[in-house]
Write a protein that binds this ligand. Structure first.
Ligand code: ACO
Length: 322
């Protein structure tokens, strides 16, 4: 496993955005045989938001992050957009997002499903090592375009949203990535996928099992690289798929839910957008302060998985999108 040569960085600005229209659990009982109680108990989800194109949601989250960073559009040197629900098959959505934000820089999509934003963070760190100063890493999804809201397995889970962070080089070395791990296993494509112009099809039980295994594997690898233990981590920001997946993995790893950022109840599963939105929420709630060791943890279709441990620098204020 390669280690990452050190480069100091900070989150200079964050943003989170959800479209206005909400589908509450009770609304779903009109289109399928389900109840609010069942969905909450089995997933932890209370509502999901729908509407908006991926680019529109990404632009709003990106605009907030840029504004909070105090930087000018000309300062951003790269846009990395993690999404599994792009506006078009071709081209990627990132160029439209960069254009909408008035940026003049490179822009590309990362398609690693729910692991995508953490993949993007590692890629951004690589750009910092190559001499860049400011990048915008966004996770945005319009999953309502590939979700059948009459299906009892997938229809209860997915929603739209976007989260963004400005990643800024900081040579004071106060903040940095301490450990990371990215992984994929294409043998599991069939457990969660959407055909072109199709809807998400899922083997829920197998996704659940594989997600718990992936979380254990990637967390252990990142902790090992960082030379840290579970006790050293101040906050975990996991992908928000199903609270029971997180609880099952935590039982094996020894993490506590007290140290875990969860926004799932308000958002549902927004794939690549969940982690940056939960980051914005954690900063808003002052759960992250200077020197906090934060574990970002992605897992999802592919299968893919990703984790990054960050030594946090800065005194940023986040935002709540709901
Ligand atoms: N509402 C009410 N009852 C339901 C529903 C529903 N929506 N769906 C199933 N049931 C009932 C079934 O009929 C069954 O009833 P029975 O025992 O009387 O026969 C019972 O609940 C159990 O059904 P299962 O299909 O076994 O439900 P399960 O416990 O597996 O839960 C779920 C389904 C919630 C989808 C679960 O498998 C899951 O969360 N899997 C993980 C999926 C996931 O998180 N995907 C996210 C995308 S990937 C990622 O982001 C990692």
């Amino acid at each position: 496993m390669p280690s990452l040569p050190g480069v100091g960085f900070r989150f200079a600005g964050v943003g989170a955005h959800l479209p206005e229209k909400v589908i509450a659990n009770d609304d779903l009982s009109d289109s399928m045989d389900t109840t609010d109680e069942w969905i909450r108990e089995r997933t932890g989800i209370g509502a999901r938001h729908v509407g908006g194109m991926t680019s529109e949601l990404a632009i709003e989250a990106g605009r907030q992050a840029l504004e909070r960073s105090g930087l000018a559009p000309a300062d951003i040197q790269q846009v990395i957009l993690a999404t599994t629900s792009p506006d078009f098959m071709c081209p990627g959505t990132a160029p439209a997002v960069a254009h909408g934000l008035g940026l003049d820089c490179g822009a590309f999509d990362v398609q690693a499903a729910c692991s995508g934003w953490v993949y993007g963070l590692v890629v951004a760190n690589g750009f910092l090592l190559q001499g860049m100063d400011n990048l915008l890493v966004i996770g945005a999804e319009s999953l309502d375009r590939i979700t059948d809201y009459t299906a009892r397995d997938t229809g209860i889970l997915f929603g739209n949203g976007a989260g963004a962070a400005v990643i800024q080089r900081d040579d004071s070395d106060a903040g940095r990535i301490l450990g990371w791990d990215l992984g994929a296993d294409g043998d599991y494509v069939h457990i969660l996928y959407s055909e072109h112009d199709g809807v998400l099809t899922m083997d829920g039980k197998e996704v659940f099992r594989q997600a718990v295994t992936a979380i254990q594997r990637t967390t252990t690898a990142s902790l090992e690289m960082a030379g840290l233990t579970v006790d050293d981590i101040d906050l975990v920001i996991p992908h928000q798929a199903n609270v029971r997946i997180v609880e099952a993995a935590w039982k094996r790893l020894g993490f506590s839910m007290d140290k875990t950022a969860m926004i799932l109840e308000h958002t549902g599963n927004t794939s690549a957008a969940t982690i940056p939105m939960a980051l914005a929420d954690s900063l808003y709630k002052e759960r992250i302060t200077e020197g906090s060791k934060v574990l970002f943890l992605g897992f999802g279709a592919g299968m893919t998985w990703s984790s990054v441990i960050v030594d946090y620098a800065g005194s940023l204020t986040g935002t709540a999108a709901w």
